[in-house]
Design a protein around this ligand. Sequence first.
Ligand code: A3P
Length: 304
Amino acid sequence: REKGWLDDDMVQYQGTWLSPLLTLRSILLMHDLFTARPDDVLLVTSPKAGTTWFKALIFAIMNRSRFSLSSHPLLNNGPHHCVPSIEVLYHNKNQALELDTAPTPRILATHMPYPLLPKTTKSSECKIVYVYRDPKAVFVSQWHFFMQLREKHSLPLIPFHDAVNMFCTGLTEFGPFWDHVLGYWKVSKESPTKVFFMKYEDTKKNPLDSVKKLAEFLGHPFTEGEEKSGAVEEIVKLCSFETLVNLEVNREGILQVTPQYGVQNRYFFRKGEARDWENHLSEEIVKRFDEISEQKFGPIGLNF
Ligand code: A3P
């Protein structure tokens, strides 16, 4: 047990750091109850790597013939309602059981590292989209997110330098971060039709290209006619930070993680930029992060 980001009690379960408050119980329940279907789509991220954005993109791509913009569920209910996170659903056994009768194809999200995924997600043909982001950006985003939560729950803030040490030694929600990425990277190389790797920064730089590639992987490629009529641009705009941050549901709504613990939807929208970490990290800290990334990712050619 170690001091964690959300409270002072974090446990390591099969090599992964988890919060007993928010995730450990639901993961254990999930292992008992969750059965993947071959046409499920699973979005996997580390917290703050772009979960909210990619929930929106995947939902918008896969449901583009069903909804018009005037009554789009993403605009009314927000990404976290449209694409639930398994860890959240599995806090409640009834909610978890409802998942069994949910219509196909189900789109679900999780922060689970590959070794902790339920067996059927590995044995079935369900598709996994894995989103990764520069660890410097993930750290800065996590820092703001978790400190807002601590403040709300009247817990003392973790000094910035301590937080850097925690992140760099792997002690973060679902950490170590670098191992999380590597676990999925390995599978994506062995089975490219199973796991699709996407980078937050690439999607920021060229969203049209990313959305087209994602649609192809998901088995919903854009037709020439759709491309000509601006369907790709429409999805990029619908899921953009600027659109989502201003929705009422995201300004006012709450994501109820457990019956006792809710998170304001607005906490999921801060800057939405690729390089905001430059405004928060000293040269020395940047060097420390980059050295770990080089050591872990250099040999397989992943870079930022
Ligand atoms: P920043 O804190 O760097 O702004 P997650 O959804 O995994 O919790 O990640 C949240 C991060 O993604 C935050 O990053 C948030 O601002 C950013 N984000 C949320 N929606 C986004 C969008 N539509 N486009 C780009 N970034 C987005």
